[in-house]
Design a protein around this ligand. Structure first.
Ligand SMILES: Cc1cc2nc3c(=O)[nH]c(=O)nc-3n(C[C@H](O)[C@H](O)[C@H](O)COP(=O)(O)OP(=O)(O)OC[C@H]3O[C@@H](n4cnc5c(N)ncnc54)[C@H](O)[C@@H]3O)c2cc1C
Length: 393
């Protein structure tokens, strides 16, 4: 069997590695002329890192990432702190795998290196996919440069604006949430000493929240600030804003947030968009994975992890059936879990941004209730315990 993958992001490269591990030939067509991720962080919970260990790259990634000791909730104005959960050795004890926070270019580099080790010419850069044609026995991927490639199955791993999804199911029904996400990276040394901790923090407030966590063995700190703001609608990793604008959006927040913002040279902004779940992902020999199939708000930090899980489950299905049946089984195995994750991410908007937080006393009661240990367990245990390498398919 030969599988073609459109898109060499986190999902596409993981799927390619998993396919090769299962003895299936694969080629990845990526539009970028060099492999580079945006300079931002990504959190990889145990359900994602477990897959990367199964693919043999866990230790390599560990040396480049950071294992935060835990996560905490903080009040946007007073800075009061509540425990969200312990990580570090606790993640390994409870879930059998670590919780990594990784600089995206590092993750992509590790995935690409492993792919080249497994098949040196698997990754085709500067290869922008235009569409495909299908027949009963094969699928042909068409590139913008006029080339056509034939395979037994085609996987659209081409992200949130997926061409393959649009070719399968028509125009996108994207809807702006009214929330934008600011992001930036700073060297840890630029932050006040008391902020340079190996902990992930989630500051919750009225109309916005800020998440920060350490990367690269604690040498960098990642910042994401989400804010309800209706005047910016571009869903893009590369749209820049200014430090002044970012500071104005978080005026009145705790001094630590102000200090963080002053340390960010170039902030970027992303309009948060939701798409209704697709009725189906696969048609014949063509399917989708990752953001192409189920983009989600980043409020459970699980979008990339779902793409990683998809890739592994897909490879297991293709290793045990002919293409069309395998793709149907893959979709059946993944639909309910990813739907729940999309919904859980959206539900967190009203938890992370809530008017009750405007008043410190009312805010305290709100946080005590929403982050009570039982409610935390209900929201996260089912995510972290899932094992894509053994789940029934
Ligand atoms: C602010 C923010 C923070 C986030 N934080 C987290 C987090 O902490 N943890 C987490 O798990 N997730 C997080 N996510 C979600 C995560 O970034 C995505 O879910 C993940 O990147 C999806 O991976 P993917 O491979 O499906 O798509 P992408 O990463 O978008 O990769 C798609 C690839 O396809 C290529 N491509 C696109 N079109 C074509 C074409 N026509 N031809 C060829 N190639 C093409 C692109 O160049 C790209 O390389 C966050 C998202 C945002 C916006």
């Amino acid at each position: 069997m030969r599988v073609l993958i459109a898109g060499g992001g986190i999902g596409g490269l993981t799927a390619a590695l998993a396919l090769l591990k299962h003895g299936i030939d694969v080629d990845v067509y990526e539009q970028a002329s060099e492999l580079k991720e945006v300079g931002a962080g990504v959190q990889l919970a145990a359900n994602g890192s477990r897959v990367l260990y199964a693919l043999g790259i866990g230790e390599e990634l560990k040396t480049l990432s950071c294992e935060a000791q835990g996560k905490e909730i903080r009040h946007w104005q007073t800075g009061e702190t509540w425990k969200l959960f312990d990580l570090g050795p606790v993640s390994i004890e409870r879930y059998g795998a670590p919780y990594f926070t990784v600089y995206r270019p590092d993750l992509l580099e590790v995935l690409a290196r492993a792919l080249r080790r497994a098949k040196p010419d698997a990754l085709h850069l500067g290869a922008r996919c235009r569409g495909f044609v299908r027949d009963d026995d094969s699928v042909t991927l068409q590139l913008e440069n006029g080339a056509s490639l034939q395979g037994d199955a085609l996987i659209g791993a081409d992200g949130v604006h997926s061409r393959i999804r649009q070719s399968l199911f028509g125009a996108d029904l994207a809807e702006f949430t009214g929330v934008i996400a600011w992001r930036g990276i700073v060297p840890m040394a630029r932050l006040p000493a008391h902020m340079a901790r190996r902990v992930g923090s989630n500051w919750v407030g009225p109309g916005g929240h800020v998440v920060h966590y350490p990367l690269r063995a604690g040498r960098l700190m990642n910042f994401v600030g989400a804010l309800e703001r209706a005047d910016w609608r571009v869903e893009s990793w590369s749209a820049r804003g200014t430090q002044e604008e970012l500071a104005a959006d978080f005026r009145g927040w705790h001094a630590d947030i102000q200090a963080f913002i002053r340390a960010i040279d170039t902030p970027y902004r992303w309009a948060l968009v939701v798409r209704p779940p697709l009725e189906r992902w696969s048609v014949g020999r063509v399917t989708l994975l990752g953001d192409a199939a189920h983009s989600m708000l980043p409020f459970l930090a699980q979008g990339a992890v779902m793409a990683i899980e998809d890739g592994y489950v897909l490879a297991r299905c293709l290793a045990s059936d002919e293409a069309e049946t395998a793709l149907r089984r893959y979709e059946a195995a993944r639909r309910e879990r990813t739907r729940r994750t999309v919904e859980g991410s959206a539900a967190n908007i009203h938890r992370f941004h809530n008017r009750a937080l405007a008043d410190p006393e009312e805010g305290r009661r709100f946080i005590d209730r929403e982050w009570a240990s039982q409610r935390i367990a209900e929201r996260y245990e089912w995510l972290f315990r899932y094992d894509a390498t053994t789940v029934e398919i």
